[in-house]
Design a binder for this molecule. Structure first.
Ligand SMILES: [Zn+2]
Length: 315
């Protein structure tokens, strides 16, 4: 078995319509987007991408903003594409291990800290590294500042609120900036829809989407899919509502479907509930746009989660 070696992704700065000048976005290829906020007191990096090399490119692009500002890192969650560039910000260790190029406090939810220190994270790194040499310089650095429900950071001219928003993962954080009505939503909101891992996570993810909708954001930035329109939150909610309706009807016809869902091929799941193409159309995604993505796996995972959740809660 051999997987072709993938190069690191090209880091390209971007902006979206209506953004405040203090917010900077960086596409890391089509893998993930990371953000930076330039406040009076702090140079804040939101997520660190999948590798220290990519994150170094982000840091280099913001070099002119460093003077007079304390660098800070905020992690949305511990998934590899969001936190594996942390080595850039590593402190100089007491055992003499060298620090990163820009040592800085890393802030995240207590569960993000737990996840990055876990045996599972080390196993995932070993597994991905065996397939892809691009992960060779990744070090799993956990947040040194952890919060649980909500954390406020006063940047001088901008106040950020970190909110625990579980669902996509249990450790997920969004950053809400009330004065700008700006929501940095991480992977809690995604175009065309966020990834849900299990039936148990589904109600949590939907409750988080409802909370985020209630914030009344005027702008939104997400880590996958480059949007600024907060209507995406409503579209994500409508997707899961539609899945509930279709899966409910499917279970009424075929009560055994929930038990079989784990083993059914994606096409059969779609045929019994709602086809991928129809879901994309409902989400307002054109077939051209959809062709460059592979959200069918996300759709199948969401169908399995919805069927499982409905079966658990009595249909
Ligand atoms: Zn992600």
């Amino acid at each position: 078995m051999s997987t072709p070696a993938e190069p690191d992704r090209a880091v390209v700065p971007f902006t979206l319509p209506g953004w405040d000048q203090r917010l900077h976005g960086f596409h890391c290829g089509d893998e993930v987007d990371v953000f930076a906020l330039i406040t009076q007191r702090y140079l804040i990096f939101l997520d660190t991408s999948a590798t220290p090399e990519q994150m170094s490119a982000v840091v280099a692009a913001l070099q002119p903003e460093r003077a007079g500002r304390q660098p800070l890192v905020i992690l949305t969650h511990a998934d590899y594409d969001h936190a594996w560039g942390n080595a850039v910000f590593a402190p100089v260790a007491s055992d003499g291990a060298s620090g990163g190029a820009l040592p800085a406090p890393i802030i995240g939810h207590a569960l993000t800290r737990e996840r990055l220190r876990s045996a599972e994270a080390a196993e995932e790194l070993a597994r991905r590294l065996a397939e892809q040499p691009r992960f060779a310089s990744v070090r799993l650095i956990a947040p040194d500042i952890a919060y649980t429900e909500r954390l406020v950071i006063d940047g001088g001219d901008l106040t950020l609120e970190l909110l625990h928003t579980p669902g996509h993962t249990p450790d997920h954080t969004v950053v809400w900036i009330p004065s700008l009505r700006l929501l940095l939503a991480g992977d809690a909101v995604e175009r065309p829809w966020p990834y849900v891992h299990s039936a148990d996570d589904l109600p949590t993810l939907r409750a988080t989407l409802a909370r985020l909708a209630a914030l009344g954001a005027e702008r939104i930035a997400v880590c996958h899919g480059g949007v600024s329109d907060p209507a995406l939150i409503a579209a994500n909610r409508a997707y899961f509502d539609l899945l509930e309706e279709r899966c409910h009807a499917a279970l009424a016809r075929t009560p055994t479907l929930a038990a079989q869902a784990g083993d059914l091929p994606g096409e059969e799941l779609e045929a019994a509930t709602i086809p991928y193409a129809e879901a994309l159309q409902q989400a307002g995604v054109s077939s051209d746009e959809a062709q460059s993505w592979s959200y069918d796996a996300f759709h199948h995972a969401a169908l399995r989660a919805t069927l499982g959740w409905l079966a658990q809660s009595g249909g």
